[in-house]
Structure formats: structure tokens, C-alpha cells
Design a binder for this molecule. Sequence first.
Ligand code: KDG
Length: 317
Amino acid sequence: MDVVTLGETMVLFTTKTTGLMRYSGDFSTKIAGAESNVAIGLTRLGHQAGWISRLGDDEFGERILSFIRGEGIDVSQVMFDDVASTGLYFKEKLSPDEVKVKYYRNDSAASQMLAHDLDETYIASAKFLHVTGITPALSKDCYETVLTAIDYAKRNGVTVVFDPNLRRKLWTESQARKVLRELSAMADIVLPGIDEAEFVFGRSDPETLAQAFYDNGASTVIMKLGKKGAYVLSDKTSSFVEGFSVEHIVDPVGAGDGFAAGCLSGLVDGLDLIEAVRRGNAVGAMVTMADGDVEGLPDKKRLTHFMNNTHQDDVER
Ligand code: KDG
């Protein structure tokens, strides 16, 4: 197993018309969850990924399991809850550039994940454990499950990758800031977006914020800068890695997860950090070119074509 991840996946309902959801009668439905988005990005690129989660014993849970298993992800650790329901969320397009999200996930099946349900041997079998800041926001049990997963990883020499993935609607600012800082300190690799970095450490430039995560305990910081690319800091390097230009952004949601999948794919393939992040930039850019979180995630052939045929400014080192 290359990467094991852990988190909630939901059925996403997106209005088919622009405007207030109260006037929308038609919705498209897709599967979306930050952690399974990353796992799908990895399997599409030929890697082995496992997804740990809990689903409702309902039609939406069955649909999610079928979709994720169909993407070649190991779902042997997924549990079904015969009481709590599968989480849902709705995307309301108020204008082409203004999207609002409404979660229906309180007390969802995934929020009932328990630390004692984790299989240490399963986590120990991976090269990387990928966790995000969404899961600890779901419940105290989920917070403890993430802590236990990180402990199992560290005890078994598995590299811990943490993506803060700040979701302000899921918890208070003070709760979020405390836990995101705490988990960032435990991680080997941290993948903050610039906004999340400023949320945790205050307003500043990418270099200063990356240093703050490094001083906080992470050994590698890969800061997402959107279309500008990323800034990388480790004990061996500090560098901006230029992003890839995209002529028409269809849907930016999920780009950060694609970036994470690309970076992890590069590291699994033995690329150096800069080249792994360059792959992350490319995958993140490709995600924005399709509607939905995972529909733009490429296979190796499409990724290679995109990277070789898209203008990229020189990498500044
Ligand atoms: O990164 C995209 C995720 O935010 C989306 O898939 C849904 O996991 C999700 C969340 O909690 O917002």
C-alpha cells in the first residue's frame, strides 16, 4: 500500500441552475470527500491507496462505496453504521464566481468513527498516511481517531502527511486554530494553503509562514499558492515551484486534493521534492478543468501530455 487516508466522503448535490437553491428543482449528484479525492488521484496515477471511513447503511453509502471501490481503492477498512446516515452536502451557484456550500453531515456515520476500530497493521503497511483537518472537526471521536492513526503511523515508520483543509463551518475559529496547529506539529509533511497558513499563524508572506510550520514541528512544508504554484521548505531546500496556466477554470473545488495526490504520487515514484510538487501543481490545475472534485484527475498518460504541452514559467530556485 502506497498511501492510506482517512475521512468522510459525501454525496454532493449541485444545483443545475444559477441562483438561490430554493428555486432549484434539479440537481446533479457526485461523490466528493477530500480524502477519497486524494486516494482517487493516486489510483488514477497507478498507485495503491486505501481509504478508511464509515458510511451509513443507506443507498448513499452503498453508492459511495461502489464508486470508490470502482476507482481501485482498497475499501476493506470501511465500516457501515446501522443507525447514522451517510453525509450529504449541497453546492449552490449564486453566480458563476459565487458558490455556497451547505452541509448535511451533523452526526453522520463518518462522524461516528472510533479510534479502536483502526487496524494498526493496515496503517503500518503504507508508505504514507494522509489525513486532513476536516476529520477532527467532525466529532471528538474523529479527532481521537486521527490522533491514533498518526500515532500508529509514527510507531511504524509511516510518513505522516497533513492537509489542514480548513472548513470554517465545521467548528469555531479557536477550536480549528488549536487543532490545526497541533496536527501540523505532529506531521512530517504539511500541505497548507496560504489562507489556512495565515489563519493558523497570522498574515504574512509564504516564506515566513512556511518557516512557522517548520518551526512548529513539520520537517517539510509544501504551501499551496493556487495558480501561482507552491512554495516548498525542508531541511534541504526552499523554493517556489511555478504553477501551470489553465485557460478556463470550470470548477476549482478539489484542486487542493489533486495537488496533494500529485505531490504524493511524485514522492512514491521517487521524484525529488521539487519535481513531486511540480507534479502536484499539474494535477491540481487539471482538476480545475472539469466539473466535480475528481472528474479532472488524470491518469499518467494525460498528466504527462499536460505537463509537456502546457506553458510553465521557469522554476525559480
Ligand atoms: O476539497 C474538496 C472537499 O472539501 C469536498 O470534497 C468536500 O470533503 C469535503 C468537505 O468536507 O468540504
